[in-house]
Design a protein around this ligand. Sequence first.
Ligand SMILES: O=c1ccn([C@@H]2O[C@H](COP(=O)(O)OP(=O)(O)O[C@H]3O[C@H](CO)[C@@H](O)[C@H](O)[C@H]3O)[C@@H](O)[C@H]2O)c(=O)[nH]1
Ligand SMILES: [Mn+2]
Length: 682
Amino acid sequence: MVEVAKFAELWVPFCRKHCVEPRSPENYFAMKTQAYKGGVPGELMSDHRRVRREYEEFKVRIDSLSSTIRQRSDVYNAKHAGENATWMADGTHWPGTWFEPADNHQRGKHAGIVQVLLNHPSCKPRLGLAASAENPVDFSGVDVRLPMLVYISREKRPGYNHQKKAGAMNVMLRVSALLSNAPFVINFDGDHYVNNSQAFRAPMCFMLDGRGRGGENTAFVQFPQRFDDVDPTDRYANHNRVFFDGTMLSLNGLQGPSYLGTGTMFRRVALYGVEPPRWGAAASQIKAMDIANKFGSSTSFVGTMLDGANQERSITPLAVLDESVAGDLAALTACAYEDGTSWGRDVGWVYNIATEDVVTGFRMHRQGWRSVYASVEPAAFRGTAPINLTERLYQILRWSGGSLEMFFSHSNALLAGRRLHPLQRMFFSHSNALLAGRRLHPLQRVAYLNMSTYPIVTVFIFFYNLFPVMWLISEQYYIQRPFGEYLLYLVAVIAMIHVKWAGITLLDWCRNEQFYMIGSTGVYPTAVLYMALKLVTGKGIYFRLTSKQTAASSGDKFADLYTVRWVPLLIPTIVIMVVNVAAVGVAVGKAAAWGPLTEPGWLAVLGMVFNVWILVLLYPFALGVMGQWGKRPAVLFVAMAMAVAAVAAMYVAFGAPYQAELSGVAASLGKVAAASLTGPSG
Ligand SMILES: O=c1ccn([C@@H]2O[C@H](COP(=O)(O)OP(=O)(O)O[C@H]3O[C@H](CO)[C@@H](O)[C@H](O)[C@H]3O)[C@@H](O)[C@H]2O)c(=O)[nH]1
Ligand SMILES: [Mn+2]
């Protein structure tokens, strides 16, 4: 962090001088060409060269940090007999984990750390120096102030559930209250970067939009998630365009998009669980609350809450970070701080759920807050997405598991906001969409219901996809007669909503359908199973962090796309593919045995359309499990054709059909309803 603060002294003024975007140096220097927007084009070349060299050196220093710190620590430890500590540059012990773990200096067991690396900038611009021997870059006309930079790490103790990201966010919310008390808080993930610094103006416009025009009732502004380094055809729908630009954008017409975990600007008081101003000024609400039981025992923190509520448009920076502040900060980062308080439930990010985001936003919507979806060009943030099939499936397993947990938790979309009957409480409590009070817009409630139950529908899709087994064991097979209305619906939805208004391409839409089917055949039913087990046994789900691309070293940018990691989660979808390929084989066999122009032959061909459609939807999955062979899709088609031919030949040879039974097929056609193949995206 010290290195970062040092490099920022050069980087930030450079960005201001030449209007550099994106302000992530790694991504800026990786770009090929760019239109110049600054005021001194003549100096760009030499400044750029200079800053780039500094950046390369900075990276080298970062890469060698572990050996630098080890060497430094060896020197200090030699001076202090018997010590085996890790030392900071200022000659003090590093409060966190040491190279040689010691008591209170190890993973999962260390004190809280708050290190202010850069303090508050002054309120007035501070101009830099003209070029000289020490300052090769001329910053004489440039404001060189740097924003505050603080490193925060929570106290960790064995036996405490640290609540992962949600726990980290809550500590940051409290610490930042003391350090800046900024009325607006932006949150983005460790694997995302700021791609358009000007985009920050958009949420400010929405939230400060004149009293009475609704701005003050806006709790958060959500940007879409955009990703770098996704394979060009987006095989596993990582871009999720239908979800972002379709679903989330549409919610602007109701109470606004759900909170998606990253790229979000919050109003601080909304995170404290305060209700929108329409139901009373924030300050009086806070005063009326049972402070210690709700927010914890730090009087300094509670003091900042009242300040923050009273003066939304200014900040109250701390003058000096003296001993008393250090004591307050230690208390606020301690594990025990939240014991017996409302943190993780009615205050801050919500705990005990695989996905903290949707449920945290839901709490605000059910209080009557609204949110805004803001999509800007160039994208405000960009991030990294898992392009490996297994990792991507684990990611949607976590999302879908979290959704179900939300439905059966205190965040049920139908039930929230009501006093709960003890029997209701056994299954749901206040995050269930069914239970929400009247401040949740009726259609917003429907949206949350969909977001928290979508995996359940897929259990039916799963069995529906297995129906072709009937081809194999009997001569009977049912399928709904062609889908006039369904086709009409498809055209309306795709052409009008998706492609015309949301700007989603046909490829985006196809990928979305395909990945929904891939999820429906393995991941979503698994999530339902997990949830059922949890309801019965009371034991939660273990979800791992989404691991990121590791391709950088291997030369092939999309190497992860062609790596197969075998996990049981892949099996159900493979079974469904095999069953449907076999069913196509039987259909071809029937058509061959009866002649395609006879009625039974023709019906067999018609039924096959269904199997082929499922296979088309599962095509990206098939490429995924082929690993390196997935680079040559022709192999897949040849293998499938061979499998189909083999099954068909076997059918003709051994499964001689009975005329009488087949005529029954025609009569029963159309009797059984088909499940819809479209649905929400994960
Ligand atoms: O113990 C943890 C785990 C995660 N994180 C942070 O959470 C982010 C999200 O985790 P990631 O592994 O990147 O998961 P994704 O599936 O990419 O995340 C999406 O889904 C999550 C909900 O499951 C949201 O929290 C994220 O914002 C959203 O981008 C990470 O970048 C970290 O910044 C922590 O701080 N501590
Ligand atoms: Mn991520």
